[in-house]
Design a protein around this ligand. Structure first.
Ligand code: 6PG
Length: 479
């Protein structure tokens, strides 16, 4: 009987190629397919020594080389290309076979695809894969959704290639249909927020502290040894240490200051708005990227000479570097608390039954937001799976309350010296909103009732009410 592959990968650009190599390195026979067969041949020529590959020139050959239930990993650019590959392969598959979309698909597309393929007796697994090209090869964090029964046949293979922490794979069945891609999307949203907060910390240390990029690299390197230890902090030190070979200037100074985005952070905010979850940290990070790319507005502002204070003044009340570390950690906690709240809200909305502690657990390695403090998030949800906000967990409450004086000093300094810190300041506003005994939303309810008769509730008795604002004496009536 000709040799069969346990898993197949179609789409052999770098991510797909590295996933295929990772499966082969773990002893699995891997079927290969790519639109251009040349790339398939190149992979085998260059990496054939790493394991057993079954290169296929056609989709038919590819499918025939797979053992049952067939497991086909799709690694193409999310969008219409994914549908095209599904349309090509689905007719060749049989009952119980599975298609695994490892791209950054939108979870709503995954839910649609999963339902359509289920009707044909096929499994469709939307799997978030985080860690970039290096992660795909050496161990990503994997967030598979789809039917639980397909995870029984697929999970062991994914867990083999996933990153490990204390021998535990950073891969778990997230939940049905689009749950995996939803969690990956929120991972990316948190990634955006984390990157924005790090950028604000750098900006303050540069503009207020007067530190050079190389000095700030050293500060980040020292922070990476402590509670902020994470992949993003680690690579920030590397980026800030980099000197541009062509000019001898700090690399960060020769890069155009316009941040781009492929869209997953934006999706996160759109989904949060629909769920009614205030992911202000993620939203501010998406807006900050948009502002940075807003050339017409920025040019107009410069030409108009928008006035404001100059930076470089004194940071009053504390050591700037120590205060920025505190502000960064507190704001990061807020951003993660919001992201996990969004996952819990979606899990409830879609009936996914996602375990937030398990998500923190599989994010401890392999993914872009991997960080030491995810252990504490896991512990918080293991203690109380229905925790309404991470900020109410003892560890995080202590961390944020201990940081808040420094955090407030940093937000004051940024405002007084005209340095934009939307991440730090919105996180502080979120924190103060959560802990406020009374919010000015009462006035907003009054305004809404005045102009739109939208009614309001009273603090002293149940029910809804409306005031007849135009009537004599403005009497209140039951709504
Ligand atoms: C990951 C990354 C990756 C993502 C880019 C997004 O988890 O490996 O999040 O999936 O595609 O990092 O980059 P943008 O900043 O362009 O959205």
């Amino acid at each position: 009987m000709s040799q069969k592959a346990q898993i197949g990968v179609t789409g052999l650009a770098v991510m797909g190629r590295n996933l295929a190599r990772n499966f082969a390195r773990h002893g699995h026979t891997v079927a290969l397919h790519n639109r251009s067969y040349g790339r398939t041949k190149e992979l085998v020529e260059e990496f054939g020594h790493e394991g057993t590959f079954l290169p296929a020139e056609t989709a038919q050959q590819f499918v025939e080389s797979l053992e049952r239930p067939r497991r086909v990993v799709i690694m193409v650019k999310a969008g219409p290309a994914t549908d095209a590959v599904i349309d090509e392969f689905a007719p060749l598959l049989e009952e119980g076979d599975m298609l695994i979309d490892a791209g950054n698909a939108h979870y709503a597309d995954t839910r649609r695809r999963e339902a359509a393929l289920k009707a044909k007796g096929l499994h469709f697994v939307g799997a978030g894969v985080s860690g970039g090209e290096e992660g795909a090869l050496h161990g990503p964090s994997i967030m598979p959704g789809g039917p639980k029964e397909s995870y029984d046949a697929l999970g062991p293979l994914l867990e083999d290639i996933a990153a490990k922490v204390d021998g535990e794979p950073c891969c778990v069945h997230v939940g049905p249909d689009g749950a995996g891609h939803f969690v990956k999307m929120v991972h990316n949203g948190i990634e955006y927020a984390d990157m924005q907060l790090i950028a604000e910390a750098y900006d303050l240390l540069r503009q207020v502290g007067g530190h050079s990029p190389a000095e700030i690299a050293d500060i980040f390197r020292s922070w990476n040894e402590g509670r902020l230890g994470s992949y993003l902090i680690e690579i920030t030190a590397e980026v800030l240490k980099q000197v541009d070979a062509a000019t001898g200037k700090p690399f960060v100074d020769i890069v155009v200051d316009r941040a781009e985005q492929k869209g997953t952070g934006r999706w996160t905010v759109q989904a949060a708005l629909d769920l009614g979850v205030p992911v202000s940290g993620i939203a501010e990070s998406v807006f900050a990227r948009a502002i940075s790319g807003g050339v017409p507005e920025r040019t107009a502002a410069t030409e108009a000479g928008l006035p404001g204070p100059s930076a470089g003044g004194e940071h009053v009340g504390g050591d700037l570097t120590a205060d920025v570390e505190q502000a960064l950690f507190a704001s990061k906690i807020v951003a993660y608390a919001q992201g996990f709240q969004q996952i819990q809200a979606a899990s409830k909305e879609y009936g996914w039954d996602i375990d937030p502690g398990a998500m923190a657990k599989i994010w401890r390695a392999g993914c872009i937001i991997r960080a030491k403090f995810l252990d504490f998030i896991k512990q918080a949800y293991d203690k109380k799976p229905d925790l309404a906000t991470l900020l109410a967990d003892e560890y995080f409450l202590d961390a944020v309350s201990g940081a808040q004086d420094a955090w407030r000093r940093v937000v004051v300094t940024a405002a007084q010296q005209g340095i934009p810190a939307p991440g730090f300041s919105s996180a502080l506003a979120y924190y103060d909103s959560l802990r406020a005994s009374r919010l000015p939303a009462a006035l907003i309810q009054g305004q809404r009732d005045f102009f739109g008769a939208h009614t309001y509730q009273r603090v002293d008795k149940p029910g809804s009410f409306h005031t007849l604002w135009a009537a004599e004496g403005r009497p209140e009536v039951d709504a």
